[in-house]
Design a protein around this ligand. Structure first.
Ligand code: SP5
Ligand code: ZN
Length: 316
């Protein structure tokens, strides 16, 4: 199985996020992806560098001025060797722009699109090791450690070749992906996540959000209370995969977060490492070509084992 990885992500290394005026160490660290790729290198995976795609793929999903904003602010920070905590085009105070942010975010999009291209040309499963993550990035807003929405850009690319379902199993609701596809019926978005009443992104991810216009019925949220166990999660995953099968997609995009893990430092579910294999197996059971896009997951020491467990299930 092919794994797409670019070391350009290392250029984006924010030191702090701001939580209610307090500067705290940034959870979204370069070591996250390094530990996963190093684990997979020791196993039977082919690690491939991405090819560079035109920026038009980003502009089909994001507002042009927003894309320019990230690029220009990042170039400015590169020159001044500073960090910007933006005041607009943003939903929170966790997502600073640094000199390396644009190159890393563009490379993450290339990692996702290279995976999508392989899936479109007949590959059954591909794992795109994107960093920074993407699912909180909306049409014209960054946030939640996300700049460009890698999974949404890949799904939009695949939507030109067939029907696409996105399953988002990050701990947090993918407000960005929901926003981007909310009025579309050719891309189904299904998300399992923590109750937004208690966890980020707070303002979206409720079950009443079902899409609008012709997109009505093509957005499905499963918000769950904190403390969810493997067994409880498995039951909800089965329902979510049922929604996806009923849609009869040609392609499946997984927004994969490992922040559902019991020891994740910022989250609150109780999933165990062996259970990721069961998740992979259940997804494999849908029988649709699948692009896996990395999102969150912050328990750095366990990320390699989680990825290994998940991929064993996915390729079983
Ligand atoms: C991609 C992804 O998983 N983004 C998640 C962003 C959520 N960030 C939440 C940060 C919460 C910080 N909590 C600090 C509590 C201090 N008392
Ligand atoms: Zn998350």
């Amino acid at each position: 199985m092919k794994v797409i990885y670019s070391d350009i992500h290392l250029q984006h290394a924010p030191e702090f996020e701001i939580f209610e005026e307090e500067k705290i160490p940034h959870a979204e660290k370069p070591a996250r992806i390094e530990t996963i790729v190093n684990t997979l290198r020791k196993k039977d995976f082919t690690i491939i560098a991405p090819t560079s795609f035109e920026q038009t793929h980003i502009n089909e999903v994001h507002n042009t001025y927003f894309v320019e904003f990230i690029k220009e602010k990042s170039e400015k920070m590169q020159k001044e060797q500073k960090t910007l905590y933006p005041s607009y085009y943003i939903i929170d105070t966790y997502t600073p722009i640094l000199g390396g942010t644009y190159p890393a975010s563009k490379a993450a999009v290339d990692v996702a699109l290279t995976g999508a291209q392989l899936i479109a040309s007949g590959e059954k499963t591909v794992y795109s090791l994107c960093r920074p993550p993407g699912h909180h990035a909306e049409h014209a807003k960054l946030g939640g450690y996300c700049y460009f929405n890698n999974a949404a850009i890949a799904a939009n690319y695949l939507s030109k070749k067939g029907k696409v379902a996105i399953l988002d199993i990050d701990f947090h609701h993918g407000n960005g992906t929901q926003d981007i596809f909310y009025e579309r019926d050719d891309v189904l978005y299904v998300s399992i996540h923590a109750d937004p009443k208690v966890k980020f992104p707070y303002s979206t991810g409720f079950s009443e959000e079902v899409g609008v216009g012709k997109g009505k019925g093509y957005n499905k949220n499963y918000p769950l209370p904190l403390g969810i166990t493997d067994e409880q999660y498995g039951a909800i995953l089965k329902k979510a995969l049922g929604d996806i099968s009923a849609f009869t997609p040609d392609y499946l995009v997984i927004s994969l977060g490992f922040d559902t893990y019991e020891k994740d430092p910022i989250s609150g579910f109780l999933l165990t490492i062996p259970f990721y294999q069961e998740i992979g197996k259940a997804i494999q059971g849908v029988g649709v070509p699948t692009l896996v896009v990395q999102e969150g997951g912050y328990a750095i020491d366990a990320l390699g084992s989680m990825a290994d467990s998940f991929l064993q299930g996915l390729t079983s």
